[in-house]
Design a binder for this molecule. Structure first.
Ligand SMILES: C[S@@+](CC[C@H](N)C(=O)[O-])C[C@H]1O[C@@H](n2cnc3c(N)ncnc32)[C@H](O)[C@@H]1O
Length: 254
C-alpha cells in the first residue's frame, strides 16, 4: 500500500475532493475553536494536508499564530499555496517527531490523521510536550464504532477496510491518557460538504481519500455509477445536501 504521505496522486486530488462549502468550513473552525483554553491561542494543525484547516483557523479564529505540520512534501506544497498571504506557517514533520519547541502551543487539531499514525503513543507524548499545561488536543476523526458514512452505501467493502484502519475510541483515549491527557468530551459534528448527491459524486470522482486505494478500479467505478444513477433518479426532488459527520474527541493536557 502506498503510504499517504508518499502519494502525489492523492495530494493532487485531495484539495478539490475534500473542499467544503465556506459556511461549513467556518462552522468547523468555530466548533473546534470553541474548545480553545484561552482567547487568541497558538494553534497547531498536525497532519495539515493541503492546509484547509490552517487557512480556516487563520481566517475565522482569533489565533495568535497558526502552525501546520505535514510529512508529505506534495501536501505541504499545496498547503503553502492554500495559505499564501495569510499568517499560517507550514513545516515538514510528523506527529511522532514534531519539529517544534516545548510548551509553544495552546491547542492542536488532528483532523482525519489519527488513523494514519504509525506510533500513536509517541504522537500523544509529542503533543503533550509541545502544548502548554491545560493545552488541548482536538481529534476530528472516525472511531471504528461509528462507521456511518454515506460512502458505505455505495462501496460496502469500505466498511470492512475502514473497520480495520480506524482505531476504536477506547484505544485512542487510553494512549492519550498514558501521555497525561484527560478526555473532556467525545462528541460528533456534521456539516454539509456538497449541495446534492450529484455534486458529491463529482467530488468523489478522483478518489480523493486514501480509503479508495483499497478498492479496485472496477469497484470504484461501479460505486460511483450507482451514486450517479441515484442522483439522476432524484433529479426531480428538491436537492438535499450531503453531510459528513465526524467524531470529535477533546483531550486536555494535565
Ligand atoms: C486524510 S489527510 C487529512 C488532512 C487534513 N488534516 C484535513 O483534514 O483535510 C491525512 C494527513 O495526515 C498526514 N500524515 C500521515 N502520517 C502522518 C504522521 N505520522 N504525522 C503527521 N501527519 C501524518 C498525511 O500526509 C495527510 O496529509
Amino acid at each position: 500500500m502506498t503510504r499517504v504521505h508518499d502519494d502525489t496522486r492523492l495530494a493532487g486530488a485531495y484539495h478539490s475532493g475534500n473542499a467544503m462549502p465556506e459556511a461549513s468550513l467556518r462552522a468547523w473552525a468555530e466548533f473546534v475553536g470553541s474548545f480553545a483554553p484561552r482567547p487568541a491561542p497558538a494553534w497547531l494543525d498536525v497532519g495539515a494536508g493541503t492546509g484547509m484547516f490552517c487557512a480556516a483557523l487563520d481566517r475565522y479564529q482569533p489565533a495568535s499564530r497558526v502552525v501546520g505540520v505535514e510529512p508529505s512534501l506534495a501536501m505541504l506544497r499545496a498547503a503553502r499555496e492554500a495559505t499564501a498571504g495569510g499568517r499560517a506557517r507550514l513545516v515538514a514533520g510528523t506527529a511522532e517527531r514534531l519539529p517544534l519547541a516545548d510548551g509553544a502551543f495552546d491547542i492542536a487539531l488532528l483532523s482525519r490523521v489519527v488513523h494514519h499514525l504509525p506510533d500513536r503513543p509517541a504522537a500523544a507524548r509529542e503533543l503533550a510536550r509541545v502544548l502548554r499545561p491545560a493545552g488541548v488536543v482536538v481529534l476530528r476523526t472516525t472511531f471504528r464504532e461509528r462507521l456511518d458514512a454515506l460512502v458505505y452505501d455505495y462501496w460496502p467493502r469500505l466498511r470492512a477496510t475502514d473497520g480495520a484502519r480506524f482505531p476504536g475510541q477506547a484505544e485512542v483515549l487510553a494512549d492519550f491518557a498514558e501521555a497525561g491527557f484527560t478526555a473532556r468530551t467525545v462528541t460528533s459534528f456534521a456539516r454539509p460538504v456538497a449541495a446534492s448527491l450529484g455534486e458529491y459524486a463529482a467530488r468523489l470522482r478522483d478518489r480523493p481519500q486514501s480509503k479508495f486505494g483499497h478498492l479496485s478500479p472496477a469497484e470504484s467505478s461501479a460505486g460511483l455509477e450507482r451514486m450517479r444513477a441515484d442522483a439522476v433518479a432524484r433529479a426531480d426532488e428538491p436537492a438535499r445536501a450531503v453531510c459528513e459527520r465526524y467524531d470529535v474527541a477533546v483531550l486536555v493536557r494535565g
